[in-house]
Design a binder for this molecule. Structure first.
Ligand code: NDP
Ligand code: 8X3
Length: 254
């Protein structure tokens, strides 16, 4: 993989930062975006010897900011080859009747609307050039329900189905769309979900060997390295320590 222009959302941590490191080779041009500027500056310093790096502080919930960021890219970064729609989060694990409605809004605005905005403002160029690849980061939570997954899982189900529908709209072009559905992976994800409670976050991974951010970056690398006539539609992966549970059945106590 060389000489590509790659736009990554949520590059300040986790999967996004791992993808940045994975693609910082071979004269690639990386556009790294997230809300926090300090980790982006550090990544830029770390990777500049190996790739051309452009960083943008960007909140993907802000439609005008996304439009401005993409339309205002410096000339050499304009022709985006790969968009990695990775920015996202889960907030809380409470049952639906107890959640903070603001958390639901934040997940919808980030995971759904952020993905919509970045896709919509990137696609016209890809279609005009008749090449490009959109990688959407969904989750096992979008395919399999679990208690407390309510809106987070719903947003990821959107990401999966949006990816499939994009393929329909792009029929006849060479623009590819792929959706990755990772299971439990150790990043800042749980720290964010549990609002800074590091003990609760660590408990999620305790006694397991979860997926790593590098596992996901390697999956992205494999998907985009397929020959141009191959489109990986949906790819689900989990730690070997994670499988499915049985149906929960409520039984009355006699
Ligand atoms: P991290 O919390 O480590 O990283 C999340 C990234 O998203 C950060 O860079 C964060 O940057 C960015 N982000 C969050 N909100 C916004 C926003 N409004 N605008 C721009 N960037 C934002 O988590 P992961 O790397 O694990 O998560 C990456 C993606 O993978 C998410 O979509 C997540 O739902 C998904 N996923 C995670 C799994 C896991 O178990 N870890 C499993 C399956 C899917 P900043 O805060 O600087 O804005
Ligand atoms: C993250 C995986 O199982 O915490 O999307 O929802 S899970």
């Amino acid at each position: 993989m060389s000489g590509k222009t790659i736009f990554i959302t949520g590059a300040s941590a986790g999967f996004g930062a791992a993808c940045a490191r994975m693609f910082a080779t071979g004269g690639n041009r990386l556009i790294l975006t997230a809300r926090r500027i300090d980790p982006l500056l550090k990544l830029q310093e770390e990777l500049s010897a190996d790739a051309d790096i452009h960083i943008i502080p960007l909140d993907v919930r802000d439609r005008e900011a996304v439009q401005g960021a993409i339309e205002g890219l410096p000339e050499r970064f304009r022709a985006i080859d790969i968009l990695i729609n990775n920015a996202g989060l889960a907030l809380g694990l409470e049952p639906a009747h107890l959640v903070d409605l603001d958390d639901w809004d934040t997940m919808v605005d980030t995971n759904i609307k952020g993905t919509m905005y970045c896709t919509r403002f990137t696609l016209p160029g890809m279609v005009a050039r008749n090449r490009g690849h959109i990688i959407n980061i969904s989750s096992t939570a979008g395919a399999w329900p679990y208690p407390g997954g309510n809106v987070y899982g719903g947003t990821k189900a959107f990401v999966t189905q949006f990816s499939r529908n994009l393929r329909c709209d792009l029929a006849g072009t060479r623009v590819r769309v792929s959706c990755i559905q990772p299971g439990m992976a150790e990043t800042e994800f749980s720290k964010v979900r549990f609002k800074g409670n590091t003990e609760q976050a660590a408990g999620v991974y305790q006694g397991t060997e979860p997926l790593t951010a590098e596992d996901i970056a390697e999956t992205v690398r494999w998907i985009v390295s397929q020959p141009p006539h191959v489109n990986v539609n949906t790819l689900e992966l989990m730690s070997v320590d994670q499988t499915w549970g049985p149906f929960a059945i409520h039984r009355e106590q006699k």
